[in-house]
Design a protein around this ligand. Structure first.
Ligand code: NI
Length: 140
């Protein structure tokens, strides 16, 4: 069931919000606000599940130059240390030198974060980002 709420915002903040969400393709404020709230809840769920055995999902994005064999080997070896954690991997050859890899990791938060942070920290990774995701079980 949908509930309506009223939110008070400063004029300038609301204007900035509208410009931002329009640029990102939202057609109404409600959907943008729902997404922001969900993002916040997922982050909270993740940080509070640190020691628990609850399963989480993370998406890891990596951009690197494939010319460096050491780097490719290092990335592969980190993943092979715990092969069941990586449940999906996508590799795109962006141009002559650069590769984009998107990995989906599943497991307890501590474990998958450790792997994700190790991957992002490998020397030569030009862009690395870890996005905590969720099955959405507790969110609607
Ligand atoms: Ni490639």
């Amino acid at each position: 069931m949908l509930q309506r709420i009223g939110v008070s915002l400063e004029d300038t903040l609301l204007k900035q919000f509208d410009v931002d969400i329009t640029a990102r393709g939202y057609t109404n404020r409600s959907e943008a606000l729902r997404d922001l709230i969900r993002e916040q809840l997922v982050a909270r769920q993740w940080s509070s599940s640190g020691d628990s055995s609850e399963e989480q999902i993370a998406v890891v994005t990596l951009v690197y130059e494939h010319d460096s064999m050491d780097l490719s080997k290092r990335l592969a070896s980190i993943q092979h240390q715990d092969p069941h954690t990586v449940i999906s991997a996508l590799h795109i050859h962006m141009d002559h030198h650069n590769c984009l890899e998107v990995l989906i990791l599943r497991g307890v938060a501590q474990k998958i974060l450790a792997m994700a942070e190790q991957l992002v920290a490998v020397r030569g990774v030009k862009f690395g980002k870890v996005v905590p995701a969720t099955t959405g079980r507790d969110l609607t």
